[in-house]
Every structure is written in structure tokens, then in C-alpha cells.
Design a protein around this ligand. Structure first.
Ligand code: GDP
Ligand code: MG
Length: 179
């Protein structure tokens, strides 16, 4: 029969790095310059079809928790990443502090997952705003090296132009379909 799986995905990262914009681009294929910032967290779903290693088509339904990056919501984060099958940790390539923050999220996820069942969480590090190349502050190779050491997926994307966004979700879906 048709193969189908439902997976909980959480978005984490400093405020204003573009988490909501990335999700909006993925789901609606659109970008809004002046979106309202997320309060607490928003819940969205979207399905993608991928082929697994046997060449069978698998539908992966993402249950997406788009969290707010503000410090005042930080204590709520475990509610969203607990039991998550995958996480997208976003930083802004024009803001160095946002990569440091992303690395903190990765450690927090790793710590959390070492004491629970969901040990093979798929984690993707995503550098957003690649359209702002002239304002780049985070070296791509350096970020990539970090993800290689940590065993994370790595992407640079632009929610504004859409470049690379689809790839992130397709790759995650593919890893989930094969696990
Ligand atoms: P969040 O707080 O991480 O959810 O970030 P938002 O999605 O609310 O975006 C924060 C700001 O960054 C908004 O003003 C967006 O218009 C802008 N933004 C988001 N993604 C991009 C992008 O890919 N390129 C550019 N130039 N701006 C972006
Ligand atoms: Mg947001």
C-alpha cells in the first residue's frame, strides 16, 4: 500500500533570522517583507512526497512548530522540541551572533535527546538570507565544517527568493523516509 509517515518538526533560532519566512516560503511559495513576529509558536502542516531507498514513493507529513526566538519564550522551547523527529535550526548569514545562538540550540537538542528515546533526530542547520551576499558575516565553509563535525545537514537558503528552501525539506523528508 501507499507509504505514509507523520513527523514532528521544530524550528529554532534567534529572533528575526527568518524562521517563519522559511516555513511560509515552503508552504505558500511566497514571501512577505513585513510579517508579524511569531508569538509563542505557530503550528502548520505540509506534506511532501519522496522516494525511499527501495524506490517506493513515501508521503511525509510534517507537523511544524515554528517557535518564537525571543528570550522570553525560551523556557517554552522544550515543549516543542521534545519528541520532535527533526529540527531546523536557522541563523542569518548577515548576523554572526545568530550562528552562535544556533550552535547553542544544537547542543541543547543533543543534551535533551541523550536522555530520551528519540536519539536519531534529524537536525538541519540553515543559513538564511543568502540573497544578502554583500552583507555576509558568516563564512559558508566555516559553518559547513561545523555541521560536518556535528553530523548535521547544512543548507544556505533565501526565504525571500526561495533559493534552497525546498531542498531543506526534501532532504529531511528523504532521511526520514529511509530511517
Ligand atoms: P523569525 O523571527 O525568525 O520568524 O523571522 P521572520 O520570518 O519574522 O523574518 C524576520 C525579518 O527578516 C523580516 O523582516 C523578514 O522580511 C526578513 N527576512 C526573512 N527571510 C529573509 C531572506 O531570506 N532575505 C531577506 N533579505 N530578508 C529576510
Ligand atoms: Mg517567527
Amino acid at each position: 500500500g501507499a507509504k505514509y509517515g507523520q513527523f514532528k518538526l521544530v524550528l529554532l533560532g534567534e529572533s528575526s533570522v527568518g524562521k517563519s519566512s522559511v516555513v511560509y516560503r515552503f508552504i505558500k511559495e511566497q514571501f512577505e517583507e513585513f510579517r508579524e513576529s511569531t508569538i509563542g509558536a505557530a503550528f502548520l502542516t505540509q506534506s511532501v512526497k519522496v522516494n525511499n531507498e527501495k524506490g517506493e514513493e513515501v508521503t511525509i507529513k510534517f507537523e511544524i512548530w515554528d517557535t518564537a526566538g525571543q528570550e522570553r519564550y525560551k523556557s517554552l522551547a522544550p515543549m516543542y522540541y521534545r519528541n520532535a523527529h527533526c529540527a531546523i535550526v536557522v541563523y542569518d548569514i548577515t548576523r554572526e551572533s545568530s550562528l552562535a545562538k544556533a550552535k547553542n540550540w544544537v547542543s541543547e537538542l543533543r543534551k535533551q535527546n541523550s536522555n530520551n528515546a528519540n536519539k536519531n533526530m534529524v537536525i538541519a542547520l540553515v543559513g538564511n538570507k543568502s540573497d544578502l551576499e554583500s552583507e555576509r558575516k558568516v563564512d559558508k565553509l566555516q559553518a559547513f565544517e561545523y555541521t560536518r563535525e556535528e553530523g548535521l545537514l547544512f543548507f544556505e537558503v533565501s526565504a525571500k527568493t526561495g533559493e534552497g528552501v525546498r531542498d531543506v525539506f526534501d532532504h529531511i523528508a528523504k532521511s526520514l523516509a529511509e530511517s
